[in-house]
Design a protein around this ligand. Structure first.
Ligand SMILES: Nc1ncnc2c1ncn2[C@@H]1O[C@H](COP(=O)(O)OP(=O)(O)OP(=O)(O)O)[C@@H](O)[C@H]1O
Ligand SMILES: [Mg+2]
Length: 342
């Protein structure tokens, strides 16, 4: 018994013995945790004075059954400060009644470090997303201005040359000229597709709805899938960054359906609310497992989460093997101060 007494008193973890919602015994470390040198500021007090209301349920035994669990909770120090703690609860019945033994560990510092790291990670990933999108726009512009215009001039000059030589050119050369013109035409088409894939100008010029409609039509042309699209009557007024986020997530969702889903039907709907835009993409394909949804070596779904985080939106993916997939996300129409990444 003496040994247990020493263990109780000298433990670096705060230990409480609770009976009838009251602290029957508290060790020395409890004083340190509650920031008081007088142990009677803890011992003898009610749990309602010492714990944050969110944590009452973790310190009150719900029934007479034996319980043992560990969870995160909050205490209120004697200085009125709220502190995050890890609570281990063992509740049992002794010859007097129900008794709860709690050990508590201050985890404020760990929680602060985690949230600091999360903030840093979010900042970096948002920054990378911005760089990626700007770089895409820049490359699309460069290809359009340099390669695109050179190919157009080349086509015009070849036409001119073919016209000048049409009566004198041997048949073999004339047919070669036609082939060259066909190649130039093909290159112009490829260049246009490349530019649109990098950054559809339709998004900047005609807005989100036209860009989504264009994307869905392209998807329908490429896959033999019945596709329904429901759009709001007018273009929602969205921050340009949010516009890009919505477009990119719909694009990746459709890419995934084409690549993986084996679906026969897809429905896409956008609903414009006062301050946000709701987007739902449903397919009736093979669905996926939780591991696939959380796969770390694939970047499509991860990218969706990062993009949604980027503008402080929300995303949920519901899927089960053989039961299709639902991607549901909500994006605010404008990025608020609290969500600013500068
Ligand atoms: N709509 C879907 N239906 C069925 N499976 C899907 C669907 N979307 C994604 N998956 C599964 O989830 C996995 C992860 O998707 P994710 O988009 O992250 O990666 P990916 O498409 O394989 O590669 P990428 O990084 O090029 O996007 C896919 O490999 C696929 O197995
Ligand atoms: Mg993908």
């Amino acid at each position: 018994m003496k040994h247990y007494q020493a263990l109780f008193e000298k433990s670096p973890l705060a230990i409480l013995i609770i009976r009838n919602s009251k602290i029957e015994r508290a060790n020395r470390a409890s004083g340190t945790l509650w920031e008081t040198s007088n142990i009677y500021n803890v011992q003898g007090k009610s749990i309602f004075e010492l714990f944050h209301e969110e944590s009452f349920e973790f310190v009150m035994p719900k029934c007479s059954k034996k319980e043992h669990f560990t969870t995160e909770g909050k205490i209120i120090c004697t200085t009125n400060k709220t502190v995050d703690v890890l609570i281990s609860n063992v509740t049992l019945q002794d010859n007097i009644g129900i008794v709860t033994y709690l050990t508590l560990q201050n985890i404020s510092e760990q929680k602060r470090a985690v949230s600091e790291n999360e903030k840093k990670f979010r900042f970096l990933s948002n920054h990378a997303e911005e760089i990626r999108e700007n770089e895409r726009t820049r490359i699309a512009q460069e290809i359009h201005d340099e390669l695109g215009s050179t190919l157009t001039v080349l086509k015009m000059d070849l036409f001119w040359l073919a016209k000048q030589l049409q009566d004198t050119l041997p048949a073999k050369c004339a047919s070669k000229m036609t082939t060259i013109l066909e190649y130039v035409d093909k290159s112009i088409k490829t260049t246009r597709n490349l530019i649109t894939d990098l950054r559809p100008s339709i998004l900047d010029h005609l807005g989100l709805l036209a860009a989504i409609e264009w994307q869905v039509n392209k998807f329908k042309e490429q896959c033999d899938i019945i596709c329904s699209l429901k759009l709001p009557k007018e273009n929602p007024v969205l921050d340009s960054k949010c516009n890009t986020v919505v477009f990119r997530i719909v694009q990746e969702s459709l890419n995934n359906i084409a690549k993986h889903a084996k679906a026969t039907e897809v429905s896409i709907s956008l609903i414009s609310l006062k301050n946000s835009l709701l987007v739902k993409i449903i397919d009736n394909g093979i669905g996926m497992t939780k591991q696939q949804i959380n796969a770390t070596h694939h970047y499509g779904i991860q990218g969706m989460h990062e993009r949604v985080n980027f503008c402080c939106g929300e995303i949920a993916i519901f899927s089960e093997e053989g039961k299709g997939t639902i991607i549901f996300f909500k994006i605010p129409k404008s990025i608020t101060e609290s969500c600013s990444h500068d």
